[in-house]
Design a protein around this ligand. Sequence first.
Ligand code: NAD
Length: 254
Amino acid sequence: MAQSFEGKKVLITGAGSGIGRATAKTLDGLGATLILCDISTDFLEQVKTDLEESGSSQPKHVYQKCDVSSPADCEAVVKSIPTSTGAEPKLDCLFNCAGINPTNIPITETTDSYFTRLMEVNVRGTFNMSRACVPLLSGQSSIVNVASNCGLRGYSGYTVYCATKHAIVGFTKALALELGPRGIRVNAVAPGYTDTPTMAGNVEGGDANQRLISGLALGRLGQPSEVADVVAFLFSPQSSYMTGSVVEVTGGLK
Ligand code: NAD
């Protein structure tokens, strides 16, 4: 049975699209109070409309523009977390989902700016928001980061993206050890090929799509909501003995 998130505050980065947006919908449906942030205000408007149209009790949610690569933006999001009068702000769950999906580029054609942006968003963004939120977490709290199948193995042409996602795996395992004594759990999901807007080039059909799908035991792409369900599980007490885990949601990579 799905766990209720009534009374729980959950912060999601990259909440405007794809896996972040799907997770917002899932947790909204389970009663969570959401602090939703994204670099795109248009995307935040869209997720707000989505939640309203699906009958959310949305007035309690917070929508905040934030570039996770900016420590100041992350601190500002933390200050926007609603509090009971006079109480210290508190957070139950942090989902570090903001990220830039990969482009296939040989190393000799990879620019400094591509390297820097992927590192700044995928790695530093996760660090920035985690550092800002940890003081608000307590026992029973939990962090979930987004790694990837590219965080568990190498793919030709994806050196920088693979490096960022391997970094997330290491970050997750180390932070789990640091925060475990306080009862705070830290895990990661490692999605495979998931049908989100920035995967669009692959999901529009054609040879590339067929090649991807033929490498999967389940023979289809993942849906963002299927990753969201695993994130909800990792936040719930049903995963109370899991920390430092990286859960693959790949449809069975061959
Ligand atoms: P998406 O492009 O649909 O969504 C990413 C969201 O992050 C967008 O709303 C975007 O505006 C936001 N964002 C980008 N840069 C940001 C920044 N600096 N600060 C705040 N928000 C920012 O992508 P998605 O496919 O849902 O990917 C989400 C995460 O999952 C990423 O970390 C991605 O690497 C990872 N992932 C995706 C797949 C996949 O196949 N889609 C597979 C494995 C891992």
